[in-house]
Design a protein around this ligand. Structure first.
Ligand code: HEC
Ligand code: HEC
Length: 211
């Protein structure tokens, strides 16, 4: 956490310096959007240059659908989705940059995660493929695909960091994240208990896209 925060502080300082420079040329400020490569340096610190974040709390962006990525950025910007870190970061990014950033990360190849918790993975696979009968939790595969590769309507899950997945499922369950269309993920997550959430997240991180 400390290193992340000091990373933000450094970026904020750099941003302050950049803003100072821009203010010297006020007429061009509104349209002065940094080139994509420069902007990607900001994202890379937390999401990795190829979008396969190695920080457990931070999502892998690689291979997510372009429109999904763009909408999440818009939602952080408008406050529809909120997170103490990402909500701050997005204030530095102009909406006109979202499309190019989304295109870049959607074009990266998603990496697979590792686990040594075979039992939990087996339990998670059952939930992912078949749902939970007792609480009528639907199979994740029904929307996100059997291999978790997703589609334009449903985000890619395969290989995602398990800690991030647990956090999102808890956020949906507690309606802390409520930007999902028709509250569809909230109604799924409400049907899972914490043990089931841990299991399905562990399985998701090991999921590999079918060839
Ligand atoms: C200081 C770290 C940090 C930086 C820098 C950062 N992010 Fe994030 N990002 C996060 C965290 C943490 C989350 C998870 C938020 C949550 O739990 O809801 C996140 C979530 C996201 C999501 C949602 C992904 C999903 O699967 O729903 C997108 C999109 C995103 N970031 C894009 C970006 C872009 C583009 C940049 C660069 C302009 C960037 N981020 C820079 C930490 C960061
Ligand atoms: C009826 C369709 C449906 C089912 C079934 C479903 N999901 Fe989802 N899921 C969605 C939608 C739609 C979103 C995107 C919400 C948004 O756009 O913000 C989503 C988003 C997510 C996210 C957030 C991804 C990210 O990158 O932030 C996770 C994690 C997730 N689902 C896990 C699951 C798990 C685990 C299951 C099975 C227990 C499941 N989903 C079942 C429709 C579904």
């Amino acid at each position: 956490m400390i290193t992340i925060n000091s990373g933000i502080a450094g970026k904020l300082r750099a941003f302050g310096a950049l803003l100072g420079m821009l203010l010297l040329t006020p007429t061009s400020y509104a349209d002065d959007i940094p080139p994509l490569e420069e902007r990607l340096q900001l994202c890379s610190g937390c999401h990795n240059p190829d979008g396969n974040s190695v920080i457990p709390e931070n999502p892998k962006l690689a291979g997510l659908d372009k429109k999904y990525l763009q909408r999440q950025m818009e939602d952080f910007k408008s406050g529809k989705r909120s997170n103490e870190i990402m909500s701050g970061i997005i204030t530095m990014v102009d909406e006109k940059e979202f499309k190019a950033l989304a295109t870049y990360f959607s074009g990266q190849i998603r990496s697979v995660g590792a686990t040594d918790k075979a039992e939990l993975v087996a339990e998670g696979k059952q939930i992912f493929d078949e749902g939970v009968i007792g609480t009528a939790a639907p199979a994740c595969a029904g929307c996100h695909n059997e291999d978790g590769s997703g589609s334009s309507a449903f985000p890619r899950l395969n290989g995602q960091n398990s800690t991030y997945v647990v956090n999102q499922l808890l956020n949906f369950k507690n309606a802390v994240r409520n930007n999902d269309p028709k509250a569809v993920m909230q109604s799924v997550a409400k049907r899972l208990n914490e043990k089931e959430i841990a299991a399905v997240a562990e399985y998701i991180t090991t999921l590999k896209e079918a060839e």
